[in-house]
Write a protein that binds this ligand. Structure first.
Ligand code: NDP
Length: 299
């Protein structure tokens, strides 16, 4: 039996994007200001190209200025860094995102560290990582921000709730742990060296999975009545056809959980909406205008 409610990330993201579009319109009308987002794409990875195209479309649909800088796969390190530095100085651009992964010969850390912390809408610069850990104002990575707002939208107050995050990447697991601590949840972060992962997962009233392994989390890993957020995006072949599946076995988990995000249509759309939110916030701070309260309470 499929008992879980579906957390509709697409609908929530669409609502958020609509509100961002309204704020962008107000900013233009009252201050003559237009937030700008630049995305740097290196090489010709087809998945990255699709992500970048979607980001640009969403930026423009929200009334912002979007720019994509495409560099060839064999570009040298110095040119990537110089491109980022030029965007840091560019007054039309308030958010800079370098699409990852970069080709092997490019030092990603050096490129990420080159983005101005004020324009770091991916929240990966060590200044933002540290500010978030210290509980101070920071630009926060978009995917965990989206997960947090799906959880708050569904559960309301997260204080005291037992949460389990599987995965400890800088992009998802670690910043999400910080965000949930900020909400006064109790947080366990599991990873590839954790012992008895099924038992750990069963502790979570909230279970967030970001590992990159198709359907790894089975139904009997899920606590009865849990809220499950599946971050994973895995391309698999099922019955001869290409399909996207998450890191959670949706059919099994949804028989046990009280609510679950689908893949696709869960975390993915929220990630893009949160990128727009970060760009608007970064732009307002650079303009010296108070950023709007983007996430309504419990949404
Ligand atoms: P990473 O590869 O950077 O991190 C994966 C994490 O999972 C690591 O901490 C790793 O542990 C852990 N892990 C791997 N295998 C196991 C295992 N068998 N048991 C327990 N833990 C394990 O991935 P990301 O965080 O970048 O992404 C995770 C997934 O989320 C991917 O499917 C990705 O496509 C998806 N994603 C989706 C986004 C969206 O918008 N929906 C955005 C970003 C990512 P260890 O640290 O010990 O190696």
């Amino acid at each position: 039996m499929n008992g879980a409610a579906i957390i509709d990330g697409k609908a929530r993201a669409s609502d958020l994007r609509g509100r961002i579009g309204n704020w962008v319109g107000e900013l233009r009308a009252t201050h003559g200001l237009v937030p700008g987002l630049a995305v740097v794409l290196v090489g010709d990875d087809s998945a990255s190209a699709v992500y970048v195209r979607n980001k640009r479309k969403a930026t423009e649909a929200a009334g912002m200025y979007g720019r994509v800088i495409e560099l060839p796969a064999d570009v040298d390190q110095a040119e990537v860094v110089a491109t980022v530095e030029a965007l840091n100085r560019d007054r039309e651009i308030h958010g800079v995102l370098v699409q990852l992964p970069l080709p092997d010969h490019i030092d990603s850390t050096m490129v990420i560290d080159g983005v101005s912390p004020q324009k770091d809408v991916d929240g990966l610069h060590p200044v933002n990582v540290g500010q978030l850990a210290a509980g101070r104002q920071a630009l926060v990575p978009c995917t965990p921000l989206g997960c947090l707002h799906l959880l708050k939208g569904h559960l309301g107050d997260l204080a005291g709730r037992e949460s389990v995050i599987v995965g400890r990447s800088m992009l998802v697991g670690k910043p999400l742990a910080q965000l949930l601590l900020r909400e006064n949840a109790t947080v366990t972060v599991a990873h590839s060296r954790s012992r008895d992962l099924p038992a750990l997962c069963r502790r979570g009233e909230m279970l967030v999975v970001a590992v990159g392994r198709a359907e790894m989390v089975r139904g009997d890993w899920v606590r009865s009545g849990a809220t499950v957020i599946d971050v994973g995006i895995n391309r698999v072949i099922r019955e001869g056809k290409p399909r996207l599946v998450g890191d959670v076995h949706f059919g099994e988990a949804s028989a046990v959980a009280s609510a679950i995000t689908p893949v696709p249509g869960g975390v993915g759309p929220m990630t893009i909406a949160c990128l727009l939110a970060n760009t608007l916030t970064a732009a307002c701070r650079q303009f010296g205008v108070t950023p709007p309260e983007i996430f309504a309470k419990n949404s």
